[in-house]
Design a protein around this ligand. Structure first.
Ligand SMILES: C[S@@+](CC[C@H](N)C(=O)[O-])C[C@H]1O[C@@H](n2cnc3c(N)ncnc32)[C@H](O)[C@@H]1O
Length: 492
């Protein structure tokens, strides 16, 4: 039982954010049990609740005297009884093991009921991933208007999968026979995550008519091309880039190409879109995606965006920057648990600093383009260091740019930035977008939009900047002194 005691202690400490899985699970076997228990924690807790196990076995638990909260020992034991390959608690005895075995039949019966209710056939489908994705975060898919008109695409998909339209708001759970048109983002619909496989094996997916793309990931292109709003009930054909005096658009960090292909379709496949990617393998993926999505207005460039000469691109007016980041906003990644490791705190801070320094560098480079009017910066990170702090430092270093106001950055989106890194300036915080997996039914994400200010205003900001600059100086210098570590980053 000692093994289970160690595992339960690790689960308890990880869930209470006192440690990371990595630092506590000393062996591979222990690590596997802890991670698997965490994965199934929601189902296990449901089973404990529905069987009333803790109440019914109070006496046995008292005798066992577990060190921490007994629920954690019960959780790891239940994991092995119900979800391990052998579906058995390992050798050894103890009052809690005996107590659980007394409820074995009922537990298995309730587990079957949960599987039926969730419409899945195996226990592994009931893991935390399926639970949180299916019930909290739907699968978002974009009708690619480069290939098919939105209405035609939705009708075709609905027929293909036998879906009805659900007109309730995005906060409501979505049934597996329904789709919902997503507010805020043009051509985006949400379906139940269980439909993913049917979608990815369909002709519509393989031909590029539908693209799987998270809600948050669609935001940067929409904000960048705010002038070309196509959302609401307006038809895409009413608008075109010429009437907005729009020049070349750059996607500076493009692979695998989700945002590039959305930019292309928001531009109605017209004008000029340059997509940079510096990693050859990822560039190949980008090329494939752009080709399948039918982006006729897109030119892919294999190379480092920060090495291109801004003055050779006087036609560029809009730049999208979605650089490498920690990826801490991506849900369903068990490795987020390892980020709470106190022993690793220094490495974590170094990594954050290095990424933030690179993020500021790439923003600074984009700001050198002589005619750029709008620059959107985004990350799939929830860390202020990669988000508001990077934006604030960039504003201080480049007073000829300011944050575009909330009016042009998805104003209806409710979750906005943190004001503290902006020195308490609520206006600045309101200008930027945050997405929170818990409340917004999408991955953790951040979007900010810079716009060029006129020279006179830029000069005024520059004069006011030094005080703020001093405040951020230490942090800034620390970042600059670190080496870049993009290989430790998330490029999704
Ligand atoms: C977060 S991912 C971009 C995801 C992409 N925007 C999408 O939505 O599909 C960042 C990408 O930028 C690339 N990258 C990082 N630094 C770069 C640079 N200096 N120049 C060009 N590409 C870069 C990475 O290799 C990676 O493929």
């Amino acid at each position: 039982m000692e093994f289970y005691r160690q595992a339960s202690e690790a689960v308890e400490r990880v869930l209470n954010k006192q440690t990371s899985v990595k630092s506590y699970a000393h062996s591979k076997r222990l690590l596997a049990l802890v991670l698997e228990t965490l994965k199934y924690q929601d189902v296990i807790k449901q089973l404990v609740g529905v069987t009333g196990l803790l109440d019914k076995e109070k006496k046995a638990i008292k005798i066992a005297k577990p060190q921490g909260d007994p629920i954690y020992l019960v959780m790891v034991l239940l994991h092995d009884l119900l979800f391990s390959k052998r579906q058995a608690i390992e050798a050894g005895s103890g009052p809690i093991k005996d107590a659980i075995l007394r409820h074995k039949t009922r537990l298995r019966g309730e587990l079957t009921k949960l599987r039926v209710k969730a419409g899945v056939t195996t226990n592994s489908d009931l893991g935390r991933k399926a639970e949180s994705e299916g019930e909290l975060i739907p699968r978002y898919l974009r009708i690619n208007t480069n290939k098919i008109a939105f209405i035609d695409g939705v009708t075709k998909l609905a027929q293909l999968l036998g879906l009805r339209e659900d007109k309730t708001s995005n906060e409501q759970p979505l049934a597996s026979d329904a789709y919902r048109v997503v507010e805020h983002i043009p051509s985006l619909i949400a379906v139940h995550v269980r439909l993913s496989q049917r979608i990815t094996s369909s002709d519509m997916y393989n031909s590029g008519e539908v693209i799987l793309q998270d809600l948050a990931s669609c935001m940067p292109p929409v904000v960048l091309l705010n002038e070309l709003k196509t959302y609401g009930k307006r038809l895409a054909s009413e608008l075109d880039s010429q009437s907005h005096n729009m020049g070349t658009v750059i996607d500076a960090t493009a692979a695998p190409g989700n945002k590039t292909t959305l930019l292309s379709s928001l531009m109605h496949n017209k004008g000029k879109l340059l997509a940079y990617e510096h990693m050859p393998k990822r560039f190949a993926t980008l090329e494939k995606m752009v080709s399948v999505a039918g982006c006729a207005n897109t030119q892919n460039v294999l190379g480092d965006f920060t090495h291109c000469d801004p003055f050779a691109h006087a036609d560029v007016t809009h730049i999208l920057l979605d650089p490498s980041c920690t990826g801490s906003g991506i849900v369903n990644r068990l490795d987020y648990l390892t980020e709470q490791d106190n022993d690793d705190r220094e490495a974590h801070d170094d990594r954050l600093s290095a990424l933030a320094a690179f993020q500021e560098t790439i923003i600074g480079h984009a700001m050198k383009f002589p005619n750029v009017r709008r620059i959107v910066y985004s990350t799939c990170s929830v860390h202020e260091e990669e988000n508001e702090c990077v934006v604030m430092n960039s504003l201080i270093q480049h007073p000829d740019f300011r944050l575009a106001s909330r009016d042009s950055c998805l104003p209806e989106w409710p979750t906005r930035g943190h004001s503290e890194p902006f020195g308490g300036d609520v206006g600045l915080a309101q200008s930027v977008i945050r997405c929170s997996p818990g409340t917004d039914r999408t991955n953790g994400f951040f979007v900010a939009c810079f716009e060029r200010v006129d020279t006179a205003e830029g000069a005024r900001v520059a004069a006011a900047a030094p005080a703020k600059k001093r405040k951020n100086k230490n942090k800034n210098n620390k970042k600059k002194s670190k080496t870049k570590s993009q290989n430790q980053s998330s490029d999704v």
